[in-house]
Design a protein around this ligand. Structure first.
Ligand SMILES: [Zn+2]
Length: 269
């Protein structure tokens, strides 16, 4: 079947995994946490220290609460500037300080990072490694792969009503030609992100793979799509033979032998 290609070579692994991640540390993340918790779903909250575009961020107590509920807190830079715009020292300071600040707040290791605006390059990956991170999430979509590079963790679907061209552009930037063929031939007729998300989840149920939902609670609030999100979460929750993990747990879970430790290429997106 065509979508084996999107799924990548996972060495015959039929493991079915679901993870979710939520960016920007908006106080509405607590509402997301409630929705996940009540359905037994796991997730990672990526938090910029000083907030995104002057928005309020989760209070230290909120971060400790999320952590005590079993959610992962990940780093999302100090002030949500694109890391590709930062100079050497500033870059080191940014990725190091956001990790340290969060670790002090929750008294736990923070192994995951999420690139602000999805932008990164080889040097940024190197600085993240030196700062002690184990992996980083990108904004690439429509992936079901289990054999991704640790510092280029892709996603499957964003909780956002993207027009079709946004998916095409996203796949093009990642130079994902098989993904582009799959999208144009099989996926583009799905009329909403929830329908597309369900179809991709069904493929994971059939073939194995990782289904990764990401989003921004402030955007879900702004667009008023909480009901769509509930529908999506209801569909993927409490499924037999599916493992529900945080992004950090996903890294540990995927077979180390199929996981490439070095990025194939430095891709600025
Ligand atoms: Zn962000």
């Amino acid at each position: 079947m065509r979508l084996n290609r999107t799924n990548g070579n996972n060495g015959g692994c039929k493991r079915k995994v679901v993870t979710t991640s939520w960016d920007d540390g908006d106080p509405s993340d607590m509402k997301i946490a409630d929705l996940l918790r009540s359905r037994g779903l796991a997730g990672t909250f990526y938090v910029p220290i000083t907030g995104y575009q002057g928005r309020k961020t989760l209070a230290p107590d909120d971060l400790r609460t999320l952590s005590s509920w079993g959610f992962e807190i990940g780093a999302h830079s100090l002030s949500h500037k694109s890391l590709t715009d930062l100079s050497g020292e500033e870059l080191v300071r940014d990725v190091t300080m956001c990790k340290e600040t969060l670790e002090q707040t929750i008294s736990q290791e923070v192994p995951m990072f999420c690139y602000p605006r999805g932008r990164y390059n080889r040097n940024i990956i190197e600085q993240l490694r030196r700062a002690g991170y184990k992996g980083a999430r990108t904004t690439r979509m429509l992936s079901l792969k289990t054999d991704f590079v640790a510092f280029e963790m892709p996603t499957t679907i964003q909780a956002y009503p993207h027009p079709r061209m946004a998916y095409v552009r996203n796949l093009g930037r990642a130079r994902n030609i098989p993904g582009l063929v799959d999208y144009l031939s099989e996926l583009q007729h799905f009329r909403s992100w929830v329908e597309l998300g369900k179809e991709l989840f069904n493929q994971v149920l059939k073939q194995g793979g990782v289904w990764h939902l990401y989003g921004h609670s402030w955007e879900i609030e702004q667009l008023g799509v909480w009901n769509e999100l509930r529908e999506m979460l209801d569909y993927i929750a409490n499924r037999k033979d599916v493992t529900y993990v945080t992004n950090g747990q996903l890294l540990s879970l995927v077979n180390e032998s199929t996981m490439k430790s070095q990025p194939l290429s430095a891709v600025g997106v």
